[in-house]
Design a protein around this ligand. Structure first.
Ligand code: G1P
Length: 291
């Protein structure tokens, strides 16, 4: 069986981005002109996913509308002859995946949000993409994980992080294998710095999970922050020898915090033919000015 379903947990309140998130989900905040959730959905689809479940906390209206047809807007753009924009708008609603929504009724953490997907996923392996981690690079990161997956295994994306930043992440411990992956022995969610080792490997928001994760999730006690942690359920799978970690190729931006969002915005602008030259000359101009 291949991997064709994925879950996007999007139930956070986005308090770090208030007031922008007062009346809209943080996943709708755009990098330049594209909501971050669209980038995540596109990564899933280019990885081969055709069935997405978005776990939302409250109003999903704008996310649902974003991926739907917009007849009045399309008509307006057609009448004005703005065919480029018409294509942009239509392309979003033609994304080649079914997008479903489910509500996480109480915010009890990432693991709890994934558990809310249990009935929809059933007994299939599935992907998970965290909306705060925007990834760029030639091969979608979820695809890189799927390429290393084998039946019965679960897979997480990892990246080495500086020791003093490791306590922000889930950290994996294990042995390197000949193919560059890591056989994970254990994981800790947001461990204190003295437990992270010299070259900590952090989990970075992309997972391929065996459905065995659901029973592990329903058994784990609340962990870091009093929440049901996905990392704690993965630790159960790791102890059964069923978890590997993949150091992925690509760049990861943490758009869940402000500086990460600014970096992602600058990188996105420099990656676009219509903006690159202007943005570069503006950056040079302000960097030349004394502070
Ligand atoms: C979550 C996970 C953590 C992971 C991180 C990656 O934490 O719990 O294991 O390393 O995403 O971004 P959060 O950032 O939601 O606190």
């Amino acid at each position: 069986m291949g991997i064709h379903k994925a879950v996007i947990p999007a139930a956070g309140l986005g308090t770090r981005f208030l007031p922008a998130t007062k009346a809209q989900p943080k996943e709708m905040i755009p990098l330049i002109d594209t909501p971050t959730i669209q980038l995540i959905v596109e990564e899933a689809v280019t990885s081969g996913i055709d069935d997405l479940l978005v776990v939302i906390g409250r109003d999903k209206g704008s996310i649902e509308d974003h991926f739907d047809r917009a007849p009045e807007l399309e008509e307006f753009l057609r009448e004005k002859g703005k065919t480029d924009l018409l294509m942009v708008v239509q392309d979003v609603s033609r994304i080649a995946a079914d997008i479903h929504f489910i509500r996480q009724k109480i915010p009890m953490g990432l693991g709890h949000a994934v558990l809310a997907a249990r009935r929809h996923i059933g007994r299939e392996p599935f992907g998970v993409l965290l909306g705060d981690d925007v990834m760029t690079g030639p091969t979608p990161v979820l695809r890189q994980l799927i390429d290393k997956w084998r039946s019965g295994l679960s897979v997480v994306a990892v990246q080495e992080v500086p020791v003093d930043e490791a306590s922000r992440y889930g950290i994996v411990f294990g042995k390197s294998l000949a193919d560059g992956t890591i056989q994970v022995d254990s994981l800790l969610e947001k461990p204190p710095v003295h437990l992270v080792g010299e070259r900590p490997l952090a989990v970075m928001g992309r997972y391929v999970l065996d459905p065995a994760v659901f029973s592990a999730l329903s058994d784990v006690a609340p962990g870091a922050g009093g929440e049901i942690q996905l990392t704690d359920a993965l630790d159960v799978l790791a102890h059964q020898g069923q978890l590997i970690a993949v150091p992925f190729r690509g760049t990861r931006f943490d758009v869940g915090e402000k500086f990460g969002f600014v970096k992602a915005t600058i990188a996105a602008a420099l990656n676009r033919a219509d903006l690159r030259d202007d943005v570069l000359s503006y950056l040079r101009q302000i960097l030349d000015q004394p502070e």
